[in-house]
Ligand binder design. Structure first.
Ligand SMILES: *Cc1c(COP(=O)(O)O)cnc(C)c1O
Length: 355
């Protein structure tokens, strides 16, 4: 840290992204990316864009917003494209939180929420999940704070039903409720239809997981027009050109090939079921995941040991040090072939451990 850093950032602890080591080729099951590349159809529109890169991109993201809005059944001014859904989460902390309107979220959830809170100078409270890692919805009623919930939650993968989400939204008439649906396409129920009924609901989605575009940085906020207008105030005050022209073209291409996305999600759900079954046979227990990852612990081997041994064997998974979750690893669901390799390596590890 230099002696010049602003006082407000002196104590800021940044978010730690999952490792992206470049030393050798790993099977990457640590950051919940898709194992499938964007489709040829999705990519085909991008090359034309390079010849037009001397121009600024459309700050209204007109074509992209229209296509996305149509797909999810809302109006184009009820959506807002963002540079990865992390950006809209940050905007939400800026737009809807302050010293009086603080923030609440579960103790075990996406690690970025507390970083965004700190970055924006917003006090926050973490509400413990139950012993079963489930969210108790009534803990969030009349929160007197902006509510942030990932649904399905990360890293547990456990989903709330749409009715449960609605209860939280309904019981916070004077607070914004942010539902982070990064993993909704792998088996969750989207709260998007509720934006027409509640003016305090913001749903966020991303193209980084189900839509094979983590590298392009594209996400969306979905809410009633007035919330979107507030978020646009923040966006136009920081980075009106947050979506670059290449990403905009790719995003439209991805939306033109929705079949491909749906097929891939189906494959991942199948691979998840396969891997869950195999893991159980090896003595793992896991939460009930509706996401593209499995949150699992072994009955005899520590989470850290499994993480390290898998890394030695060329497979990356995500291990967290948090007290309540240190026995677990979060394993991204890749292709069925990748899951087969994973199971093989885990068998080796178990054998080495008990020889
Ligand atoms: C991956 C993830 C995001 C952010 O994804 P972007 O790549 O920024 O779109 C947001 N929330 C959760 C819970 C995530 O796991």
């Amino acid at each position: 840290m230099s002696r010049f850093i602003s006082q407000k950032f002196e104590k800021l602890v940044p978010y730690t992204p999952g490792e992206q080591p470049q030393d050798k080729k790993y099977i990457k099951l640590n950051t919940n990316e898709s194992p499938f590349p964007p489709s040829d159809k999705a990519v085909s529109g991008v090359s034309d864009i390079f010849k037009r890169l001397m121009l600024y991109p459309d700050p209204e993201c007109t074509g992209l917003n229209e296509k996305f809005a149509k797909l999810i059944g809302v109006e184009k001014d009820e959506v807002m494209a963002v540079n990865g859904s992390d950006e809209i989460l940050n905007f939400a902390f800026s737009a809807f939180c302050d010293k009086e309107k603080t923030a609440v979220f579960p103790d075990i959830t996406y690690g970025f929420y507390e970083v965004f809170a700190d970055y924006n100078g917003v006090p926050y409270k973490k509400i413990p999940l139950g012993d079963d890692f489930k969210i108790n919805i009534s803990d969030y009623f009349n929160a007197n704070a902006t509510v942030f919930i990932a649904n399905p939650n990360a890293p547990t993968g456990i989903a709330l039903t749409l009715d449960e989400v609605e209860e939280i939204v309904k019981n916070n008439p004077d607070n914004v409720v942010v539902i982070d649906e990064a993993y909704v396409d792998f088996g969750g129920e989207s709260a998007v239809p509720l934006i027409h009924k509640y003016d305090n609901l913001l749903v966020t989605q991303t193209f980084s997981k189900s839509r094979s575009a983590a590298g392009a940085r594209l996400g969306f906020g979905i809410a009633c027009k007035s919330l979107i207008a507030d978020l646009n105030t923040v966006r136009f005050s920081t980075n009106p050109y947050n979506i670059n022209a290449m990403t905009m073209a790719l995003g439209e291409g991805i939306l033109d090939d929705e079949d491909y996305t749906r097929k891939n999600c189906k494959k991942i759900i199948e691979a998840r079921l396969f891997a869950e079954n195999e893991l159980k046979k090896l003595g793992f227990e896991m939460t009930n995941s509706s996401a593209n990852f499995i949150f699992a612990r072994h009955k005899n081997i520590s989470g850290e040991k499994i993480y390290k041994k898998l890394k030695e064997k060329g497979i990356l998974v995500r291990h967290f040090n948090g007290e309540r979750i240190k026995d677990f690893n979060r394993i991204t669901v890749g292709t069925k072939d990748e899951m087969t390799v994973l199971i093989g390596k885990l068998k080796e590890i178990i054998k080495e451990e008990f020889k």
